[in-house]
Design a binder for this molecule. Structure first.
Ligand code: GLN
Ligand code: ZN
Length: 767
């Protein structure tokens, strides 16, 4: 009989209980013991769910108060020196100081966990970093599970992944660690202690996660695996080495050679990697088959899973384990909490599986393996048949297949992805039309989202105010935003985005093919969760989405008013995406919807249109050899959305970061007339690539860091602009903040923009 387990379960709680408890504790509204009780109840609930579903272990160690990497550092005692905490005496408050900073100390840096939308805290390595043991939380959680008589498996982030994810920092005395691997002996000693302790506590299995194996790994990292695991496997519980987020078949020989007791493979993202492993599978070794998608919300095709698992089961028998492809951290907790809504009706709901449902799918597969269909108990048979029927209905549903969209996709021509003329001609036509000064000033789109705006949006959504009242409130806000911009003397204006709660949700709600959940929260970092929309069908725009707002805003001013849209790649990237067609096809459908919007904006007299793509870089595959394929379709989708306009219409795009050097040819290929990017925090250094590359089109490197309440001075921004002028020709240079201003308040915004406009004027006077 195969075993079933999960690599991890979401810790935030089906109703975001952990978030609520954390934030109450941080505000000082509750005591530490209350927070601890919530944590403990959540762990117990999640373990019980695993047992009730029929899994063979509960997973201990996937819980974290803020982040799993930070928990690992707390366990090992590898606390960044600058905080001056004694690792073995680290308190929960200290832990939160590491994560969130304090008056005096900035928080640890945060970055994306592989290609997910989860953010971890980046370890800070120096030559003084020690790993001499820290908190006992993991052992306490283990005892908690054991007291409940649960069979347990402990999960740890592997030592090589941990080292790899950290950043090398200078020591106080300015000596610098040469390579993170120089810390390996210390880290391994710490892991050995942890494993020994777990063994003493009666743990049989430890799942040790090494997801870096699915990256392009330099040889020094690969070479470190064998010696490391030779050490770790001594006097330790059995080790299940978990890989995920991609195929690792390039390392099959290496992985076979490790003295471990099992290996987990991601069979969703690394679909075709099995053969490389099963040919000479080491005797006695467990294969954990990651067969249920841990990154998406679709109900599994159980028959197909079974078909894949049967031969493995035949070969491995009890050495076969069944699991989700990766931790379930990346999907919402429980579909059963969703009441049916207009977009998420019973039909769409029947196609989905959240973490809780996925546990059940694992258990079903386990009970069906090795048993004749006819011998299965009727309940299991029924559930298989329900899944089959739902899948079949999904395949045929009219909700998914829209002929209009599919025909348009077929009819797309190459010319649809090209502007009428090349940039040089377009920009001349645009210059003649707009007569903008040198170094034109603009903003990225949103203006402060005041409490009043939020309240009015929420009241409208709840049906407490009628259409007309809402329309007037939003128009008042637009009028205010336009007046302020005119007063400031900005050259290209925006309407301020008051009507938008979120830049993806706002559009998704107006498109067909999108569904929204009520509780579909996924942890993004700490207590912060996001609720990604679900794209289930062909994306279709039944009517204009932004035209009336932009048109109204333009009617208030003689200056150009930028229309404001979210781009196809970002719409895709920040949603759960259908798995029954390639991502590129879905992106193209969204692009077509946007193309229509762009053209309608143009017809309505909006002559500048910004299509935001903040998530463009996020979509890059983990392995570099897959980059070009992604970039090609991503650029194509952007061009389909933006190229349906005349030469005079100016297309802008915006990306909230500045690391472009490795993808500049594709950024240029997007062929937006103007791109605005972030650079102020890097002191314009990251702009140099654009200069070296001779980036051809207009560019607005952000001169005002909107992420901080600090108001930049005229001089500061002038300096940044001078730096920018060294690499960007004057005629191509725009002046703007880093990103949208929705998180700032009005007084800050006015002051900062005033200074920004002055800086641009000073520069103009010199030319
Ligand atoms: N137009 C959006 C805004 O100004 C862009 C936000 C973003 O890039 N994340 O808020
Ligand atoms: Zn931005």
């Amino acid at each position: 009989m195969a075993l079933a387990h999960t690599l991890g379960f979401p810790r935030i709680g089906a109703k975001r209980e952990l978030k609520i408890a954390l934030e109450s504790f941080w505000r000082g509204d509750s005591e530490q013991h209350q927070l601890q009780t919530t944590g403990s109840l959540l762990r117990q609930r999640h373990w019980q769910q695993q047992i009730d579903a029929g899994l063979d272990f509960v997973t201990v160690g996937d819980f974290a108060w803020y982040d799993q990497v930070l928990n690992t550092l707390a366990l090992l005692g590898a606390i960044p020196e600058r905080f001056k905490f004694k690792p073995s005496e680290l308190t929960l408050s200290d832990y939160f100081t590491l994560a969130r900073g304090s008056d005096k100390l900035h928080a640890m840096e945060m970055t994306k966990w592989f290609d997910t939308n989860y953010h971890y805290l980046v370890p800070e390595w120096t030559s003084n970093t020690t790993f001499e043991g820290g908190v006992n939380w993991l052992y306490e959680e283990l005892t908690e599970a054991q007291k409940l008589k649960h069979p347990t498996k402990v999960v740890l982030i592997g030592p090589l992944t941990l080292l790899y994810l950290g950043k090398i920092k200078a020591n106080a005395d300015q000596t610098k660690l040469k390579h993170a691997l120089d810390l390996l002996p210390r880290v391994l000693a710490a892991y050995q202690n942890v494993l020994k302790r777990l063994q003493q506590l009666g743990v049989h299995w430890v799942q040790i996660d090494e997801p870096i194996l699915s990256l392009d790994l330099a040889s020094e990292w690969l070479n470190a695996f064998l010696p490391s695991y030779n050490l770790l496997s001594q006097n330790a519980p059995k080790l299940l080495l978990a890989t995920y987020f991609g195929a690792v078949n390039d390392h099959a020989d290496l992985l076979h050679s490790l003295p471990i007791d099992g290996i987990h493979l991601d069979l969703i993202r690394g679909q075709n990697q099995l053969a490389a492993f099963t040919q000479n599978w080491p005797t006695g070794r467990v294969l954990s088959a990651g067969i249920i998608d841990g990154r998406n919300i679709w109900r599994a095709d159980l028959d197909n899973c079974l078909e894949q698992l049967q031969p493995l089961h035949h070969q491995l028998g009890a050495q076969l384990w069944i699991a989700p492809s990766c931790s379930l951290l990346h999907v919402p907790v429980d579909l059963n909490n969703e009441s049916t809504s207009i977009t998420l009706d019973a039909e769409v709901k029947s196609w989905l599986a959240f973490a809780t449902q996925k546990l059940n799918e694992l258990a079903l597969l386990k009970s069906a393996l090795g048993t004749d269909r006819d011998a299965l108990n009727s309940d299991v048979r029924q559930q298989f048949s329900d899944a089959r029927i739902a899948l079949d209905k999904r395949k045929k549903s009219a909700r998914i297949h829209n002929n209009i969209v599919q025909n348009r996709l077929k009819e797309l021509r190459t010319s649809d992805a090209h502007r009428q003329s090349a940039f040089a001609e377009r920009i001349a036509a645009q210059a003649e039309k707009w007569q903008l000064p040198l170094f034109p000033t603009t903003t990225i789109g949103s203006f402060p989202q005041t409490k009043q705006i939020r309240q009015s949006r929420a009241a409208f959504k709840r049906g407490e105010i009628d259409n007309l009242t809402y329309l007037n409130q939003m128009r008042d806000e637009i009028r205010h935003v336009v007046e302020q911009q005119e007063k400031l003397g900005l050259d290209v204006l925006v309407h301020g985005e008051a009507e938008r709660n979120d830049m993806v949700e706002y559009f998704g709600e107006q498109l067909w093919g999108y569904a929204f959940t009520e509780f579909g929260w996924v942890q993004s970092y700490g207590s912060r969760c996001v609720k990604p929309p679900i794209i289930y069908g062909d994306v279709y725009r039944p009517e204009a989405m932004t035209v009336s707002w932009s048109q109204y805003a333009q009617s208030l001013t003689s200056k150009p008013m930028k229309g404001m849209l979210t781009g196809p790649v970002t719409m895709l990237q920040w949603s759960f995406v259908r798995n029954d067609q390639p991502r590129s096809t879905t992106a193209l459908q969204i692009a077509l919807a946007l193309r229509d919007e762009v053209q309608e904006l143009e017809q309505a007299g909006i002559g500048m249109i910004q299509i935001d793509e903040p998530a463009f870089r996020e979509g890059l595959p983990l392995k570099q050899k897959e980059w070009a394929a992604y970039l090609n379709w991503a650029v194509h989708a952007f061009r389909i959305s933006s190229c349906g306009v005349t030469d005079q219409t100016q297309i802008h795009t915006h990306m909230c970061y500045s690391e472009f050097n490795d993808i500049l040819p594709w950024i240029a290929a997007m062929d937006a007339d103007v791109i605005t990017i972030e650079t102020s925090r890097s002191d314009m250094e990251l702009l140099e690539g654009f200069g070296e590359f001779n980036y051809p089109n207009d560019i607005g490197p952000g001169v005002y860091d909107i992420h901080s309440p600090r108001i930049p001075t005229v001089l500061e921004m002038e300096k940044l602009l001078r730096k920018a002028r060294e690499v960007i020709p004057d005629a191509r240079l725009w002046v703007n903040p880093d990103c949208g201003l929705k998180t700032r308040n009005w007084p800050e915004t006015i002051e900062a923009l005033k200074n920004m406009v002055t800086a641009a004027q000073l520069l103009r006077a010199e030319v």
